[in-house]
Design a protein around this ligand. Structure first.
Ligand SMILES: Cc1cc2nc3c(=O)[nH]c(=O)nc-3n(C[C@H](O)[C@H](O)[C@H](O)COP(=O)(O)OP(=O)(O)OC[C@H]3O[C@@H](n4cnc5c(N)ncnc54)[C@H](O)[C@@H]3O)c2cc1C
Ligand code: FES
Length: 266
């Protein structure tokens, strides 16, 4: 699989909320090879602090060679990245890891929580492209998105709506969509037994969805996040335990895993 290290131009910087930022890069090589669920490692500083690149899911790519990431400011790396201006350059390494395996669009349920929404836009786009290629009428995946409140969620929901996808929303404070968890919405959906779930979000959310899918004997792919140093299988710092024993490395074996392969701690 081809990977590139590219210094790319920042062509757009958007503040979604005070601490959530979306950057658009002109990154044609990485964009042309990217699959939903893969990630890039971004250098957040040209100085030595932070020394290590930071991993971000590929949020969207376009046929014109643009690539987006969507991130929350947590610490020094994301703080510096949030300050990058249009016209400046960022070094990206990618696309890295294994992406989602796409099944039938009409039997796909995409669930994103918090910044776990990031890879879902690219995934929804690819499902729609697959649908328009394979069938006469456009088959839409079901999308469930959750966040803390309306301010965080509404702008992201609108991006999916622009694709023509209907979104079921859930917020912790009830200010937008269902008052509660994305898992409540998923349970009430009455999905076809053949539907597969594609999920990314906080660990407790993914553990709950993995459990639910296991009870229903439903296929479920999850996008796992760990702290990463190299992103390429060299440092062994991103290990997660497997149900069958042993460990997998999120950067090289994942970040997408079949949920039933992992040993869930919750
Ligand atoms: C494959 C992958 C894809 C990711 N995609 C996205 C994305 O699309 N959007 C996004 O906002 N974030 C994403 N992340 C998380 C993102 O990489 C971290 O938030 C970022 O590295 C933090 O860097 P920092 O220097 O700002 O914070 P640091 O100073 O490195 O850390 C600040 C705090 O956050 C904690 N932290 C750092 N990384 C993680 C993590 N992965 N999980 C939980 N806690 C963490 C640290 O322990 C520390 O307490 C992804 C992570 C992985 C592994
Ligand atoms: S981050 Fe180094 S092996 Fe995965």
């Amino acid at each position: 699989m081809s990977q590139f290290q590219q210094k790319v131009d920042v062509v757009r910087s958007e503040r979604i909320t005070e601490d959530v930022v979306r950057l658009t890069f002109n990154a044609s090589k990485i964009a042309s090879m990217a699959r939903p669920g893969q990630f890039v490692m971004a250098q957040t500083s040209s100085a030595k602090d932070p020394l290590l690149r930071r991993p971000f899911s590929i949020h969207q790519v376009t046929s014109e060679g643009y690539l987006q990431i969507l991130f929350k400011v947590l610490g020094r790396g994301t703080e510096l990245l949030a300050q990058v201006r249009v016209g400046e350059q960022v070094s990206l390494l990618g696309p890295l890891g294994n992406g989602f395996t796409l099944g039938l669009p009409e039997a796909a349920c995409l669930v994103g929580g918090g910044m776990g929404i990031a890879p879902m836009l690219f995934l929804a786009t690819r499902f729609l492209q697959k649908s328009s290629k394979d069938s006469v009428s456009l088959m839409m995946p079901t999308v469930i998105l959750g966040a803390r409140n309306r301010a965080e969620l509404e702008p992201l929901v609108q991006d999916f709506q622009k694709l023509g996808v209907k979104v079921l929303a859930a917020t912790d404070d009830g200010s937008f969509g269902h008052h509660g968890l994305v898992t409540d919405v998923l349970k009430k959906l009455n999905l076809s037994p053949l539907a597969s779930v594609y999920c990314c979000g906080p660990h407790p959310m993914m553990a709950a969805i993995a459990r639910l899918c296991q009870q229903e004997q439903r296929a479920c792919q999850v996008s796992v996040e760990t702290v990463m140093a190299c992103g390429m299988g060299a440092c062994l710092g991103c290990a997660v335990p497997l149900k069958a024993g042993g460990y997998a490395h999120v950067c090289s074996d994942g970040p997408i895993f079949e949920a039933e392969r992992l040993l869930w701690s919750l």
